[in-house]
Design a protein around this ligand. Structure first.
Ligand code: NAI
Ligand code: MG
Length: 335
């Protein structure tokens, strides 16, 4: 992610999607509009309602909007999520999936002082889903590890560490069993590390990491790993810091970047105006940093932190009774 300001005016693709996606997006834009930055929002449609209306869940027009803008904010899709978000990631070659794991006050976080980033390879590994038709004997799936993709993600993780004042990068793999594929991943990790002499390194097996995340999560700063391991550890990280309403993510490519909450369209609470907008807001915080508005990013995050610290205006999932827009108003007032 870049950290220097790049423009005076930014074009942001806004894809609210379905259900609470629309509600948390409105709340987030309410705060973005108060930062004193010139945003040009370009709305794109996608998701279940779009499918019903237009016959496709992801119109070509929406892809063009995302491609042409400086960054994209995405809310959530419903049943069409796989056709929408997975397709956007592929089409835009968003090779890095970033999931921050950070504990905030007055949430269900299991520990204080957790603050690390999971950098997950997003294009290959187990999720090429190259499976042979099963036979009487069983089934076979192929897992691909290429030098190009793994070097790209590992370099991204080190660069992220440098730009965000992190001192250590941890590689996670299973090279003791997968000696060729994860052995290669581990070798590339230490090759790339030579280019970043100021960043400390370590590597752990994925099973051990699953335990360390529970026993000593404060020791991690940046984790880089392959696709499947990253998916699993990301959700473990979400469990550590308590609650889908709080977890943002980023999908980064060379030409496009998309920021989205980890949660879905939440049909059980959609339309009631009670969804927690913080995951969407923290996605916007990540976006601001990405486009080079680091100061605004910090200001936005600190305003969220104040609201959580005060604990007067919280949504139902955090034990309060505030509405989505009441929480947004409180964040705005704390900017
Ligand atoms: P979900 O994340 O929508 O909801 C799971 C539970 O968490 C529900 O009880 C919901 O009310 C609660 N929740 C989620 N976000 C919340 C928030 N911001 N504030 C308060 N409570 C919140 O996952 P679920 O129920 O598995 O899927 C619902 C729909 O969303 C499905 O159609 C699924 O395909 C889609 N989905 C879309 C995703 C995306 O667009 N990236 C990701 C995950 C699911
Ligand atoms: Mg997942």
């Amino acid at each position: 992610m870049s950290t220097s300001k790049t423009k005076d005016k930014y074009q942001i693709a806004i894809v609210p999607g379905d259900g609470i996606g629309k509600e948390v997006m409105e709340a987030t834009i309410h705060v973005l509009d108060s930062l004193g930055i010139d945003f040009d929002y370009v709305y794109g449609e996608a998701g279940d309602e779009c499918l019903e209306r237009t016959g496709t869940a992801l119109p070509q027009k929406t892809l063009e909007i995302i491609r042409s803008c400086d960054a994209c904010l995405f809310g959530a899709a419903g049943e069409t999520a796989a056709d929408v978000i997975v397709k956007i990631r592929q089409e835009m070659k968003m090779f890095a999936n970033l999931r921050p794991v950070k504990s905030y006050p007055n949430t269900n976080a299991l520990f204080d002082n957790i603050d690390f980033m999971i950098v997950r390879e997003n294009t290959e590994g187990m999720y090429i889903a190259d499976e042979e038709e099963y036979t009487d004997e069983g089934a076979v799936a192929r897992r691909i590890i290429t030098r190009k993709a793994e070097e790209r993600i590992i370099d991204y993780a080190f660069n992220y560490a440098v730009e965000n004042n992190k001192s250590k990068v941890t590689a996670v793999h299973k090279a003791n069993v997968l000696k060729k594929s994860d052995g290669l991943f581990k070798d590339i990790f230490y090759e790339v590390a030579k280019r970043y002499p100021d960043i400390a390194t370590e590597d752990f097996y994925v099973d051990a990491t699953a335990m360390y995340l529970i026993t000593q999560p404060q020791n991690f700063e940046v984790i880089v790993t392959t696709n499947l391991f990253g998916d699993i550890l990301s959700d473990e990280g979400a469990g550590l810091v308590g609650g889908l309403g709080l977890i943002p993510s980023a999908n980064i490519g060379h030409d496009a970047a998309l920021f989205e909450p980890v949660h879905g369209s939440a049909p059980d609470i959609a339309g009631k105006g009670i969804a927690n907008p913080i995951a969407m807001m923290l996605s916007a915080v990540m976006m601001l940093k990405y486009i080079g508005e680091g100061e605004a990013s910090d200001r936005f995050e600190e305003a969220i932190l104040k609201v959580l610290n005060d604990a007067n205006i919280l949504t139902g999932d955090l034990g309060g009774s505030a509405t989505t827009m009441e929480l947004a108003e409180a964040v705005k007032n704390n900017l």
